[in-house]
Unconditional design. Sequence first.
Length: 287
Amino acid sequence: MPDKEIIEQRSRTVRSRILRIGDGRTLSEEDRLTVEEPLEIAVQNGNTTLPLGVAFRTPGDDEALVLGMLRNEGIIGSHSEVLSMRFTQEKGATMPAWRAMVKVSDKIVLDTDRHQRAFPISSACGACGKSALESLRIAREDRFHDREGPRFQEATLVDFPRRLLERQTDFQHTGGLHAAARFGADGELIALAEDIGRHNAMDKLVGAWLRGDGVAWNEQAILFSGRLGYDLMQKAMAVGCPFLVSIGAPSSFAVELANLFNVTLVGFLRGERFNVYSSPHRIQFSD
């Protein structure tokens, strides 16, 4: 199966050009990102094909990944019940995506009510569970214009985490909550939401905004307390925010989308240091 061989041989990391800022210097360097890509999984038994969902994962030993999921979901009991597994690349998707079609023994009963759902096969993302890769395409068609989005001084940007932590009272007690926060063009924290799930925190932030405070999304930045993957990028682009900041690491998928749609993406914002992965023109550097 050449498609399977190709997907298994692919690297788990990718290289990216970044601007590294620190100690009063701005350096253009190369960084490595963990690959994040969707894999849609379906099971076939005779003439019946059952979509199981989409997993966001790092490529590498995808066959073991799929086998383990099928076993844990109670679809198969042993390796021998899998007749074949074929990986194909999705054509026309916004970003690289793959499908896994698994043919199982006729003895396997596919329970549509039980198995045709988004079981949580993810890196803890809110996009997981889409029934088809088509639903993962970005609805936005146009890049953000260079004039869109707030402009922040470097000193203002590096102060975001402190302002966030001042408001994260529950996090200081438990250490187990993710946060998403909105910052206005003046650098002030507009709103904060927390949840055990990153995507849940973002959903809460959007829900609070719907109740109305008058600040347009393209006039503010969003700060995430953890890593930034496709799920958060998709939600931010859907509401129309062109400036995203993460205290943690972005995934390769997030960086690709940021470059594609002219989103300013900042990662590893800690102390006086941070990395800029795309569209640095919205940042006014101190040098």
